[in-house]
Write a protein that binds this ligand. Structure first.
Ligand code: OGA
Ligand code: MN
Length: 288
């Protein structure tokens, strides 16, 4: 089977057209999709999909175990109210309120981040499926952290390579969640992890920067000013337009990103216009 893919930008991202993810995919076809995704730096877009929840989960499961799946880790308690009640693998992102209950997490990820980077085993693929999106607004930005790493000088790469950074859900909790919404048990250490600043994606074998302003608290071994300066430099560099892609959603879009080499940012500019998306999150190996 020949799968036609188009580049989204010279640096990263691909789009596959004329493909139905709800079909039973052979192992060969799935592998071909995963290759395209990996070669495209871990960002892949599909339009016009009609996936029921079971199909979304079944497709996602081929990438690896999922957060929330029976027997696997769940996401942090604070977001448990946004998990689909019958499908614990599905995390819901939405500003819609139904019968006084939020249909999903409002304003999820409105800062540069890599999903779940505060866990020892953070996220690999996130697979986000758009049900309802504003006519205009509510785009998601993606940054290519492999491209960003590779563009650094050899001297700077050498400086970064031996470093570690701490990631902590509390960074987002302090800044992004109204304090009463946060489940205090999420602060007890299970959502805190130390990872290498430069990690290698075992699939693409490319190195990428693995720090993000959403969850990284500080560089290990540095004092606060040093850490803030160096991280600020990396964030400014990685967020340059050359390394980024802005996805404008349409209903039926499925976007798959690789949190090992991509960070993302939800643009919250659409007011009350209803927006509803469902996400599955694949668990990664420990970053190396
Ligand atoms: C996410 C996220 C982006 C968006 O689902 O992980 O950050 O645009 N969402 O909703
Ligand atoms: Mn996210």
């Amino acid at each position: 089977m020949i799968i036609a893919a188009e580049q989204l930008s010279p640096i990263f991202g691909a789009k596959i057209s004329g493909f139905d993810l709800a079909d039973d995919l052979t192992d060969e076809t799935f592998e071909a999709i995963r290759q395209i995704w990996s070669k495209a730096g871990g960002l892949l877009v599909f339009h016009g999909q009609k996936l029921d929840i079971e199909a979304h989960i079944a497709f996602s499961r081929r990438f690896g175990p999922l957060f929330g799946e029976p027997g696997e880790a769940s996401l942090q308690e604070t977001v448990s109210r946004y998990i689909h009640p019958e499908h614990p693998e599905i995390y819901r992102v939405s500003n819609i309120v139904e019968n006084g209950q939020p249909k999903g997490r409002k304003g999820a990820g409105t800062y540069w981040h890599s999903d779940v980077s505060f866990r020892e085993t953070p996220a690999q693929a996130s697979i986000l499926y758009a049900h309802e999106v504003p006519e205009v607004g509510g785009d998601t930005l993606f940054a290519d952290m492999s491209g960003a790493y590779e563009a650094l000088s050899e001297a700077f790469k050498a400086l970064l390579t031996p470093l570690y950074a701490w990631h902590d859900f509390e960074v987002a909790a302090r800044r992004q969640y109204a304090r009463p919404a946060v489940i205090e048990a999420d602060m007890d250490g299970a959502n805190r992890a130390r990872h290498p600043v430069v990690r290698t994606n075992p699939q693409s074998e490319r190195k990428s920067l693995f720090v993000n302003p959403g969850f990284t608290s500080h560089l290990y071994g540095f004092n606060a000013d040093e850490s803030a300066t160096l991280l600020g430099q990396l964030y400014g560099h990685a967020a340059r337009p050359e390394f980024s892609h802005r996805h404008r959603w349409r209903p039926g879009d499925v976007v798959i990103w690789d949190n090992r080499s991509v960070m993302h940012y939800a643009v919250c500019d659409y007011g009350e216009a209803p927006r509803y998306l469902e996400r599955t999150t694949v668990i990664s190996d420990r970053p190396l």
